[in-house]
Design a protein around this ligand. Structure first.
Ligand code: PSU
Ligand code: MN
Length: 357
């Protein structure tokens, strides 16, 4: 009985879909999402648009610092001639471009908003919940409306010990099937960078380091891994996006432009990185594994970087906050990195909008 009623429901749905023209089907899809007037106008007129994820806002730092950073990142995008499109799900509605009230709501809800990767979209929409989109979910919505450039701090990757845990971020598979260029500072060195690069190759993602021969390691300029390719300017990037990912070739695969940490932030970056490496080595020596590993690493890096000299160097780096813990240290550099990526990503989006194909 149950199976016959569910199969008739299925056939009703498929007959409904079969009776829609492509235009009607597209309109139906578009009616499920909300695009801000500004982003909609920019897309229609071929202006530069930069997609921004929202997990970094909800989970990356506390309120109100997250709101301030999100606004600053949007300002950087505007100051460089592009329109920002922050993407999140609010009360079950995927929103492309948030107004001030929506950004405030998302930021103040903080971690109570569900971290939403691609797999979680359906559930968040179905339950009319609030969802902060990770790179994989943001890619999905950005590509639905034809945005070609997306800026973030760092993408997810292949975790260390992935050969045992299978923990590989869906950011990588989403990039493999979505024709969008992501600008990030690489992946955190707490991940396995060589394996992440291998996996991106498997997914047919074009990976280039920006003005560098080496793939960056988030907090440091160098990871010890040669970048598969190198680009030297926003125009270089725009040409690759245009030739490689646009409709001309109809090639549905993504691009990762990895931008090294700016020189003025690399001192703080090096301190965080060396503490992380030492904590990782200690975890191995003490055989700390599984679910105990992350809390151990966080606590140890916190201790290792908690001295006053580091606090001073970090505080002079970014004039803020009073507590010294990993989240804070992480956040300071994250902010510096996402801002730098926003600057370069906007230049790439503008160069792309000016390119004659
Ligand atoms: N890496 C960072 N900062 C972040 C993230 C990754 O340095 O905020 C977030 C991004 O939203 C990314 C997600 O898409 O975490 C990846 O999560 P997971 O490893 O669970 O796939
Ligand atoms: Mn994971």
């Amino acid at each position: 009985m149950a199976s016959s009623s569910s199969s008739s429901a299925l056939s009703r749905i498929s007959s409904l879909q079969n009776h829609l023209s492509p235009l009607e089907a597209n309109n139906k899809l578009m009616s499920l999402i909300k695009i801000s007037p500004e982003v909609s106008e920019a897309i229609s007129n071929g202006r530069a648009v930069v997609a921004l994820e929202s997990t970094i806002i909800s989970h990356g730092m506390p309120y109100p610092q997250n709101l301030q950073t999100a606004k600053e990142v949007e300002s950087i995008v505007r100051d460089n001639g592009a329109i920002p499109a922050t993407i999140a799900i609010l009360n079950g509605v995927p929103c492309i471009g948030l107004n001030e009230e929506e950004l405030e709501r998302l930021a103040s809800l903080g971690k109570s908003v569900q971290k939403t990767a691609g797999r979680d979209i359906a559930h968040v929409v179905a339950t009319r919940a609030n969802g902060a989109t990770t790179v994989s979910a943001t890619l999905f919505f950005a590509s639905m409306v034809g945005i070609q450039v997306f800026v973030t701090g760092g993408i997810g990757g292949v975790h260390r010990h992935a050969n045992h845990t299978m923990d590989i971020s869906s950011d990588l598979t989403a990039l493999g099937r979505t024709p969008i260029a992501v600008i990030s500072a690489g992946v955190k060195s707490i991940l396995d960078i060589p394996k992440t690069l291998e996996y991106l190759e498997t997914q047919e993602v074009y990976v280039a380091a920006y003005k560098s021969d080496e793939f960056p390691a988030f907090f440091t300029e160098k990871s010890g891994c040669k970048a598969p390719s190198r680009v030297n300017s926003p125009e270089d990037c725009a040409r690759v996006i245009g030739k490689y990912a646009n409709m001309k070739l109809n090639r549905p695969a993504g691009i990762l432009f990895a931008v090294p940490i700016p020189k003025q932030h690399s001192a703080a970056g090096n301190l965080i990185e060396s503490a992380t490496q030492r904590a990782l080595a200690e975890a191995r020596e003490q055989n700390v594994t599984g679910s105990a590993e992350t809390p151990f690493l966080l606590a140890r890096v916190n201790e290792l970087t908690g001295g006053t000299s580091l606090a001073a160097s970090i505080l002079s780096l970014e004039h803020c906050l009073s507590i010294v813990n990993l989240e804070f240290l992480d956040t300071v550099s994250d902010i510096a990195l996402v801002k730098n990526n926003a600057l370069i990503g906007s230049q790439i989006a503008v160069a792309l909008s000016q390119l004659i194909f």
